[in-house]
Design a protein around this ligand. Structure first.
Ligand code: 4NP
Length: 153
């Protein structure tokens, strides 16, 4: 079982989008039983539903995120998960301040697995959820390809 935690700031836009996009990709690849997939925020909007515009963007792609609410990243998550995937460099710094030094090299940005490593901009400020979706989808496919090289499925 490979345990993956997607992390952003609020856990109501990017990391829940990543959680449910990755779940969909894994489902379509018939690999659900290989993974545990969740998301959290470094300064989470605890208990809040996924932001309306993020939900609408997922809806366009027939992806549902019912029941997901914001939850705070905790120090013990570092032990629990195998991969902790940040959306941007600031998340990486905040993850280390909550979880301590990344001695097991579990923390990376999602798009570090792509051909063009970069941050995923916060749509809370850009208001462009379509670009967010495309970036996250690109990262999820790249990350799954990386996992296929690392692990025997
Ligand atoms: P996220 O976006 O980190 O992608 O979930 C944000 C959501 C809410 C806030 C900031 C970023 N906020 O300041 O409330």
């Amino acid at each position: 079982m490979i345990k993956i935690l997607f992390v952003c700031l609020g856990n109501i836009c990017r990391s829940p989008m990543a959680e449910f996009i990755f779940k969909e990709i894994v489902h379509n690849a018939h690999l659900e039983d290989k993974f545990m997939i969740e998301s959290a925020g470094t300064d989470a909007e605890i208990g809040r539903c996924v932001y309306e515009l993020a939900q609408q963007e997922l809806d366009k792609h027939y992806i549902v995120c019912h029941g997901k609410v914001g939850r705070q990243l905790e120090r013990k998550d570092y032990i629990q998960y195998d991969y902790i995937l940040a959306m941007e460099e600031k998340n990486v710094q905040d993850i280390e301040s909550i979880c301590g030094v990344d001695s097991e090299h579990k923390v990376a940005r999602l798009l570090d697995f792509s051909n063009k490593p970069r941050n995923i901009a916060d749509p809370w400020y850009t208001r462009n959820f379509s670009i967010t979706y495309d970036d996250i989808e690109e990262g999820c496919y790249a990350f799954l390809n990386y996992l296929k090289e690392q692990h025997v499925f």
